[in-house]
Design a protein around this ligand. Structure first.
Ligand SMILES: C[S@@+](CC[C@H](N)C(=O)[O-])C[C@H]1O[C@@H](n2cnc3c(N)ncnc32)[C@H](O)[C@@H]1O
Length: 322
């Protein structure tokens, strides 16, 4: 059991009146299954809106033919069920809880999941039935309610590029692992200057400032013709270049091919919103992230691309804390 602390003064917290309090009287309420250390109105409001709107869209167990999250989690981690009995695992940036659910359904680990946004409410609705083995917090990666050197395993998937200071975020994650503990990071990589020559980076300065419901309506309204055009460019063999400039997620290279029409459309709308709405989007080269990890006391065991599912690839750095 990890001792919770007030992240703003490091004093220990004890359970009190439906929340947690420290000896100075500071109180953090538990609302919809998550202990709340921050308010919703921060730079991740878009994610709170996104994951509460698309609460079920990426949850493997709720979608037929969907194993993407399980495939990715086990491809990146290499974990198995037996080795996680009684192990304390920290998940940072849990969103609607697709990876939380894979860990809870497939292992015996104790899972502590945290997100800066109100997505934790969606995660609780998806995974709250797991009871005491699952603990949920709304807090920032920079101010987590746990002492340093606490966790056997720390994982953070698809989050780091969306934080304002990638390098500092890496340090904060490694700080929370025990010496000998494992840290696993997966993130969007950047390969060269051409990585940022595409519709995402052309339109983001405008779209990230739009109201979230308005942006979602705009994407939904245009999804059908954008999908058709994407497939047309793909079919005539110019997809690799032409599709970079379409304001829609790269369907053929990032989404599974075995989905129903409706599932696919919903994922396209979700992923396109996810690409245009975040305040921060700062992908990094894999080698640079590995260098930072090493600087912050992680003995890097792997840094490269991991393949999972329909030949999808994700950038991964993982290692053991010294
Ligand atoms: C693209 S979503 C990924 C969610 C989940 N890991 C998944 O793959 O489904 C990025 C998540 O990171 C969270 N996030 C961004 N900045 C954060 C911070 N400073 N502390 C904790 N979470 C943060 C967002 O709220 C959002 O839910």
């Amino acid at each position: 059991m990890i001792q919770l602390i007030n992240p703003y003064n490091n004093h220990p917290l004890t359970e009190k009146d439906g929340g947690y309090a420290d000896d100075t009287g500071a109180f953090f309420p538990k609302i919809e299954g998550a202990v709340r250390f921050v308010k919703d109105d921060n730079y991740t409001e878009n994610f709170g809106f996104q994951w509460n709107t698309f609460q079920k869209t990426q949850i493997d167990s709720l979608q037929s033919n969907h194993t993407q999250s399980k495939d990715r989690l086990f491809a990146v981690t290499g974990w198995d069920k037996i080795s996680l009995k009684g192990v304390d695992v920290l998940e940072v940036g849990s969103g609607a809880g697709r990876f939380s659910q894979v860990v809870l359904d497939n292992t015996d680990a104790n899972l502590y999941s945290l997100d800066y946004s109100n997505a934790v409410s969606a995660n609780y609705r998806n995974n709250g039935h797991h009871g005491d083995r699952f603990k949920l917090f709304q807090a920032s990666i920079y101010e987590m309610p746990f002492p340093d050197n606490s966790f056997d395993k720390v994982f953070c998937f698809g989050v780091l590029q969306h934080t304002p200071d990638f390098k500092k975020s890496v340090k904060c994650l490694i700080d929370k692992a025990k010496p000998g503990g494992e840290v696993l990071l997966d993130f969007y990589p950047v390969k060269g200057w051409f990585s940022t020559i595409n519709a995402k980076y052309i339109f983001r300065p405008f779209t990230k400032r739009m109201s979230h419901p308005k942006l979602l309506r705009l994407i939904d309204k245009n999804a059908n013709w954008l999908m058709k055009l994407h497939y047309f460019f793909h079919k005539i063999g110019v997809g690799k270049i032409a599709n970079r400039f379409l304001p829609v997620v790269d369907i053929t290279r990032t989404l599974p091919s075995n989905l129903s029409k409706q599932q696919l459309r919903e994922l396209v709308v979700l992923d396109t919103f996810d690409m245009f709405s975040p305040e921060h989007d700062h992908p990094q080269p894999i080698a640079r992230v590995a260098k930072w990890c090493n600087e912050f006391n992680l003995d890097v065991k792997f840094a490269g691309l991991v393949t999972y599912g329909d030949n999808f690839r994700v950038a991964v750095v993982k290692g053991i804390k010294r």
